[in-house]
Design a protein around this ligand. Structure first.
Ligand SMILES: CC(C)(COP(=O)(O)OP(=O)(O)OC[C@H]1O[C@@H](n2cnc3c(N)ncnc32)[C@H](O)[C@@H]1OP(=O)(O)O)[C@@H](O)C(=O)NCCC(=O)NCCS
Length: 163
């Protein structure tokens, strides 16, 4: 049984452990918790919960909500939904990002995660879903295509997709 759980300040060691199995920056997906202590992670949760309410945002940043994909009671994936697209995220990043724990890749969870993030974005009334993928991240390209995303442009560095 897989489901999405929204980040909460009461998240604990199981989420921290997930975030230790995702690189600090993998294919442009950023995971600042990778190099944080557990105490710093707990502070990061407070910051992220505020950002999900569009509060205390750094200049030029839009709100974002983080989710964990829970599989058999274990958090195995990290997903982010930004609440709006900006001129910058229309070039790099888009408004949906995701990563799977290195312990659980290649088992179909990335595909399930994106499906559930797209459903969540609909619930959040985010109509435009735009993702960019670094060349040549074929696994992520496949995850998007399996969920019905269409490539809309490419340059020397990345592909862009819309849903
Ligand atoms: C990209 C990522 C999310 C894929 O997650 P995953 O759970 O391993 O993906 P899935 O198991 O759902 O596989 C999806 C498809 O990709 C294919 N795939 C997986 N790894 C692959 C690889 N290294 N090369 C080519 N295809 C690959 C799978 O075979 C599957 O296609 P199929 O069903 O046709 O066989 C994961 O590798 C990851 O977290 N990478 C680091 C962060 C990242 O790149 N995030 C995306 C930024 S845009």
């Amino acid at each position: 049984m897989e489901y999405l759980r929204q980040l909460s300040v009461s998240d604990g060691l199981d989420v921290y452990n997930l975030l230790q199995h995702i690189g600090e920056e993998e294919n442009a997906f950023k995971n600042p918790v990778k190099k944080m202590s557990y105490e710093e992670f707990k502070q990061w949760l407070v910051q992220q919960e505020a950002w999900s309410r569009n509060e205390n945002l750094p200049d030029g940043c839009v709100g974002q909500t983080c989710f964990w994909l829970i599989v058999d009671n274990i958090p195995v994936c990290f997903g982010k939904i930004r609440h709006a697209l900006t001129s910058q995220s229309r070039l790099i990043g888009g408004n949906i990002g995701y990563a799977v724990s290195s312990l659980y890749r290649g088992k179909g969870y990335g595909t399930i995660l994106l499906h559930k993030l797209l459903e969540k974005a609909n619930e959040m009334k985010i109509e435009e879903k735009f993702l960019t993928v670094e060349k040549y991240n074929y696994a992520s390209k496949r995850v998007i295509e399996k969920n019905g995303g269409k490539m809309v442009s490419e340059n020397d560095y990345r592909w862009s997709f819309r849903f």
